[in-house]
Design a protein around this ligand. Structure first.
Ligand code: PMP
Length: 388
């Protein structure tokens, strides 16, 4: 890699972003009450309903912050202290959700799912014993590359009188999610993942049922996270009217509109299919490099990232070697397995760029060779490109 060249970002977020989103995010700041900003905000909210495939009665939220802030907002707008919740724990971020809920005072029933197993729906149904206020799950756990299937979980929750909340931080805008059809109550993400922006925005859509739940809470959430405080402001933005609660990220909102409209112009079905194709191509390359996946059988593996075990004799020094060949990949994150594996993201605009995927496989192969592994680098690149 020439010393002046920026390495390609292939971690599971932040990710490479489109030229158009970058240009929109690089403009001079607008006043938070500028009609142009309000128009971008309103259009973004309308576009979110379509990207999330949410009902017209749902409410999209855009706040300055990250995915964790969206998780906090979900907890403190839906749960009163003392209420019971179920958290399906498929890795690091399920763990975090449980922590956030406990801090809110919830009684957390945690269902830990082994790495190589699908969520056991019978076990979930037994846990939803009629006293559970809400079920929380991670759509794609970024620490392991494990994907859960939200549809049946949302359905089970509804059938048992519980709300369902999904952390889509490493999935929204890449993995299929049908908020209205599945009857999910809250789906949250952050801007630096498949939505395709720099970090800085927490994004979620809440169902009508979730909004009514907030209205009936005993303990109000913090003002800056409150659905009820934000709702009239967001409704005003959609109506093209000025309103203020807290200054929005005025340079990111126009970019949000651009990136959401790019997804919609392509069509969500095609966006999901593109991520599936890219994941299959990357996996062909990983397999040809002799690498083994951390996540269990194929249906459990996300389309947005792959977690791979270090081969014999190779460890975290691999990351620096791969970076020297022009690509940034990520280390392990799951506390129990952290030093055994690394992660490669394949989400967002790179999935439409075969040359970026090929560069990643080549850099990984060369990095492995630098670490002493025996690999057929060009064979792996061909395996990837053969899939595209
Ligand atoms: N949930 C998941 C699944 C994530 O991948 C992340 C971030 N990697 C978060 C939550 C937290 O998001 P943030 O770092 O933006 O707070």
């Amino acid at each position: 890699m020439p010393s002046s060249a920026r390495p390609l970002l292939m971690i599971p977020g932040p990710i490479e972003i489109s030229e158009a989103a970058l240009a929109a995010a690089s403009g001079p700041p607008l006043s938070h009450l500028d009609p142009e900003l309000i128009e971008h905000f309103g259009a973004s909210l309308r576009a979110m309903r379509q990207v999330w495939r949410a009902a017209p009665t749902s409410q999209p939220f855009v706040l300055s912050g990250g995915g964790t802030l969206a998780m906090e907002a979900a907890a403190c707008n839906l749960i009163d202290p003392g209420e019971r919740v179920v958290v399906i724990d498929t890795g690091y971020f399920g763990d975090r959700m449980a922590d956030i809920l406990r801090r809110r005072g919830a009684a957390v029933v945690r269902l830990t799912v082994p790495l190589d197993e699908a969520v056991d729906l019978d076990r979930v149904e037994r846990a939803l014993d009629g006293r559970i206020k809400a079920l929380f799950a991670t759509h794609v756990d970024t620490s392991t590359g494990v994907r859960t299937d939200p549809g049946p979980l949302a359905e089970l929750a509804r059938a048992n009188g519980a709300l369902s909340v999904f952390d889509g931080v490493c999935a929204t805008g890449a993995e299929r999610f049908e908020m209205a059809e599945w009857g999910a109550d809250l789906y949250l993400t952050a801007s630096q993942k498949a939505i395709g922006l720099p970090a800085g925005l927490a994004l979620w859509v809440a169902s009508g049922r979730a909004l009514r739940t907030r209205a009936s809470l005993t303990k109000a959430p913090p003002l800056s996270l409150d659905f009820e405080a934000w709702r009239p402001v967001l409704q005003a933005y959609e109506a093209g009217e000025k309103r203020y609660l807290s200054t929005p990220a005025t340079t990111l909102i126009p970019a949000l509109r651009v990136s959401l409209e790019e997804l919609l112009a392509e069509g969500m079905d095609e966006v999901f299919a593109r991520h599936e194709r890219a994941a299959a191509a990357m996996r062909a390359g990983f397999l040809a490099l002799g690498l083994e996946e951390l996540a269990g059988p194929a249906p459990l593996r996300a389309n947005t990232l792959t977690a791979l075990r270090y081969p014999e004799g190779v460890g975290p020094e691999l990351l620096g070697r791969v970076r020297a060949h022009g690509v940034v990949i990520a280390g392990g994150l799951h506390p129990a397995h952290k030093d055994e594996y690394f992660r490669v993201g394949h989400l967002g605009v790179v999935t439409a760029r075969p040359e970026a995927l090929a560069l990643t496989i080549r850099a990984l192969g060369l990095g492995l060779a630098d670490c002493g592994a025996k690999v057929d680098v060009e064979g792996a690149v061909s395996a990837t490109l053969g899939h595209l």
